[in-house]
Design a protein around this ligand. Sequence first.
Ligand code: 5GP
Ligand code: SF4
Ligand code: MG
Length: 457
Amino acid sequence: CGVFGIYGHEQAVALTYYGLVALQHRGQEAAGITSTDGSHMFSHKGLGLLTDVFKSGELEQLKGHAAIGHVRYSTAGSNTIQNAQPIALSTHARNFAIAHNGNLVNARWLRIQLEQEGSLFQTTADTEVIAHLIAKAGVDDLTEAVILAANRIEGGFAFLILSDDELIALRDPLGLRPMVLGKLNDAYIVASESCALETVGATLIRDIEPGELIRITSAGLTSTRFAERRQRRMCTFEHVYFARPDSDVDGWNVHSVRKRLGKLLAERHPADGDIVIGVPDSSVSAAAGYAEASRLPLEMGLIKNKYIARTFIQPSQALRDTGVRLKLNAVRSIVEGKRVVLIDDSIVRGTTSRRIVRLLRGAGATQVHVRISSPPYVSPCHYGIDTAKEDELIAAKHSIEEIRDLIEADSLEFLTVDELMAGFNFAQGDPVPFCNACFTRRYPTELVDQGLNEEIE
Ligand code: 5GP
Ligand code: SF4
Ligand code: MG
């Protein structure tokens, strides 16, 4: 998911909307904005893209100098309007709204406790668990309540809370999910990625620290540490696939990281090819790095139609059989008679790779050598990146040679985890400041709910 929040600007609502547009790649299933004018809160949310949710004057109904917004990618909970965010809640002391990016590993466990204590849940999202923990914290001060709640949850989380007089932002103690702080004139902004700051003309101040809570009021900004300092475990998959290439995440520019990964791929996993093609859009940077290091020409051999949204009606099987290809085309005049080195950022289920290998061969490629700028994705993410269940992950049950065969490639190689880490220039010998659990099965937290499932079964 993506979150954006701003405090202290006349155009808070419009800027939130534009900030969220820049974060649309982080979630296309639902969107929403909550604002405040200091005494009332205004809210609108719905299913679909921002342009679907705010299309007939809804934005103009939201007023105020502060706002938070959300674009949703369902990780926990199904894609229903009840699960759209921000989620509003009230306590005896106040109203507040929450917008959350991430996934808790103990949400089910906490929810069972909360229900036993009488909480009623309206949604299936773990965000509501956080909201109830805050509402039930038993203290009047909102920041104190948020800190108490933040210390009961475990997992990957970066969330924003808006009340009538304050905006609170925090990031989980391991720094699994990203969050940045920026400034636009006198207004402070918090967002999942720095590209949203650029979009609204704000400047990046810094990344929010793992375990840090930021509170913004009319008196300015204060920073508190809500959890003890732990080893940083930023999600590498943000760099590999999820984040936008123009964003800087924890000090690393995403495009530059991807390009370095492409170079490493060329150096350590070379292929005999004539041209290099990246799968658009997320592999374009890695393909550029691969081409530069291998001195092979980078070609636009695959063209993606930008206007196919996820909700677009797919052609029927009968139409597909006639060759209707909406999303991706291979360019015959570029690939015909060529040995293609195909660069992709990841293989999750394996269906995309096989389709593209077939497309390239259909357009006349003589060989297709697939190179992946990350290691085999062997285990599901529990921290907010919704890839697939374990039994859908092709690398969870197949060797690299079996995957090569299944995707019908002439050869297939991946980066190793060590090579992936070499794409980030942190000091050798330092503890690895990243989560790589989907590549290594070594999760940086306990998986509380998973234990619970096993107990129930
Ligand atoms: P698959 O192997 O599942 O068919 O697809 C892998 C492709 O999907 C890669 O090109 C990668 O860019 C993209 N991808 C990787 N992770 C995700 C994800 O979490 N969601 C979506 N929609 N695409 C992903
Ligand atoms: Fe990121 Fe993978 Fe860790 Fe999930 S398991 S947080 S996708 S590195
Ligand atoms: Mg892709």
